[in-house]
Write a protein that binds this ligand. Structure first.
Ligand SMILES: *Cc1c(COP(=O)(O)O)cnc(C)c1O
Length: 493
């Protein structure tokens, strides 16, 4: 299996090279040349653990990793860092099945991929005779930074530097990052916003002189962001796993369609569901849920992607995105795997912020359904499901729950549905608790965690307990212009 760039048919690499490079040249993304079919039956999958399922899926995509290497990566990733041996749990609420992907170290679904990416990356480096230490540079608006730190902490042969906007993340998110242990970790607040952090990081990646200096000192940069194929492939696993577990529990008949509803930002999670469908898992509709930044809803309704609009800050910040990077992989596919056609559309996005797909391409999107939830609808669904069923969800998951209700009303489709639950409510205590009762608004975030424990009867996760009393380790704050200098100091070059 080789990987080809969505912008250049000539650029082909192995799986491990794609993991190492992250991004293809000229902004292209690596896609597998074809989607492999699962070669094991659902009946067999139904008896497998998460780790065994992961191997069955990943071996088909990462074909230049040996069985031993892959299994080692999988077992190092999906271990007691997760607070359930199921790794991903299915919980039935109001007739739908919530697939909880927040049982990892940082209580958000980013852990599903970022706990394995460091192992895939280090294995890839060895395979490709890379002698340098890998330096991961990340700019974060909150969730990705902590999940990447947790994944890379103390992984030999790596260093990780995370930049976050000093005044642009929630108190819990900041505390999670600045208390990060691991001698290879480095967290820096910048006096600037997320875009400036992101731009600063990109500048370092493309700085030739810096690259040379790094090389001389035995380092090279890599990226952990969500366009790396090493993040996408591990995300396919939980859709396969969920279907098999639904069959095993009798929730669904083997062969019957299961719909999935995915709270979407960068389009990575739902794209993984699309890949699972193409591998042979009977997924019916792919329900794409957006918040008020509903650029994807408009795209699925009209065939026009238009990012020229106001950026809205919502209670589901990880979905506050106007350029859904991973959508490019779907565009490439519905353009008949044409790098040329894809490039045209992406050029238009770059230059004018807008593109329109052809009717022929649009027809291939029949299995997608897009809708969105307003801030009021999101809060209302948190309160309604808590009162009706006693289940408390985070605002990202609530966007999906609200959109699922709209889908049912629109279509009367009563197929069994999995709603992907992407964060623990403990990560967003303020939004969640004030949705339930406005009177909570004057409490601190940690007091709210205690209240949430009372209401939900779910123990406060270790991730939150730990940071309450954990000492602050990272105190560096810098100006945007000093980012490079700070990285050099950390690396002693
Ligand atoms: C990243 C994230 C999302 C969006 O996932 P994409 O793969 O970017 O579509 C949704 N919810 C939470 C909590 C996230 O952290």
């Amino acid at each position: 299996m080789l990987y080809v760039s969505t912008r250049n048919a000539e650029e082909k690499v192995t799986a491990s090279q794609a993991v190492l490079k992250g991004l293809a040249e000229h902004g292209g993304l690596f896609v597998p040349e074809y989607i492999p079919k699962l070669d094991v039956s659902v009946d067999k999958l139904a008896e497998m653990t998460y780790q065994e399922t992961a191997y069955e899926v990943m071996k088909l995509f990462l074909t230049d990793y040996t069985e031993e290497e892959l299994k080692k990566c999988i077992n190092n990733a999906y271990d007691s860092k997760f607070d359930t041996s199921e790794i991903a749990s299915l919980v039935k609420v109001q007739g739908a099945y919530y697939l909880e992907l927040f049982h990892g170290a940082t209580i958000a679904f980013k852990d599903m991929a970022l706990s394995i990416l460091p192992h895939l990356l280090i294995t890839a480096a060895r395979k490709n005779q890379v002698k340098n230490d890998i330096v991961i540079l990340t700019a974060t608006s909150g969730d990705t930074g902590k999940a990447a730190l947790a994944g890379f902490a103390d992984v030999e042969g790596t260093r990780i530097v995370v930049f976050y906007p000093k005044d642009g993340v929630s108190p819990i998110q900041e505390k999670q990052m600045v208390t990060q242990k691991g001698s290879n970790t480095f967290v820096v607040g910048i006096n600037g916003n997320f875009d400036q952090a992101q731009t600063g990081v990109k500048k370092m990646f493309s700085d030739q002189a810096l690259t040379e200096e790094m090389k001389a000192a035995g380092y090279q940069f890599s990226s952990a962001n969500s366009i790396n194929i090493g993040r996408l492939v591990p995300q396919i696993v939980y859709y396969v796993y969920a279907y098999a577990k639904m069959v095993k529990s009798g929730a669904i008949e083997n062969g019957a369609h299961m719909n999935v509803t995915v709270p979407t930002g960068n389009f990575g999670n739902i794209l993984a569901a699309f890949y699972a469908k193409n591998m042979g898992i009977p997924i019916g509709k792919l329900i794409c849920a957006s918040n008020e930044n509903k650029v994807l809803y408009d795209f699925f309704s009209t065939g026009t992607y238009d990012k020229n609009r106001e950026f809205i800050l919502t209670s589901s910040p990880s979905m506050d995105i106007l350029i859904s990077s991973n959508l490019e992989r779907l565009i490439y596919r519905i353009a008949g795997d044409s790098a040329e056609k894809n490039q045209e559309l992406m050029d238009s996005l770059q230059e004018k912020g807008i593109y329109t797909i052809t009717e022929e391409m649009k027809e291939q999107l029949a299995s997608f359904y897009g809708n969105y939830a307003s801030e009021e609808e999101t809060a209302a669904v948190i309160q309604e499901i808590y009162q009706d069923a006693g289940y408390i969800m985070d605002p990202h998951t609530a966007v999906a729950a609200a959109v699922y209700k709209k889908y049912q009303k629109d279509t009367q489709d009563d197929s069994k549905t999995v709603i992907v639950s992407t964060a623990s409510p403990y990560k967003f205590t303020r939004s969640v608790m004030t949705a339930i009762d406005e009177n909570y608004k004057d409490r601190t975030d940690f007091e709210l965690a205690d209240e949430l424990e009372q209401l939900s009867k779910v123990d406060i996760p270790k991730a939150i307990q730990d940071i309450r009393t954990a000492p602050v380790i990272h105190k560096t704050v810098c100006e945007v212009e000093q980012m490079e200098e700070v990285v050099k100091q950390f690396l002693n070059i």
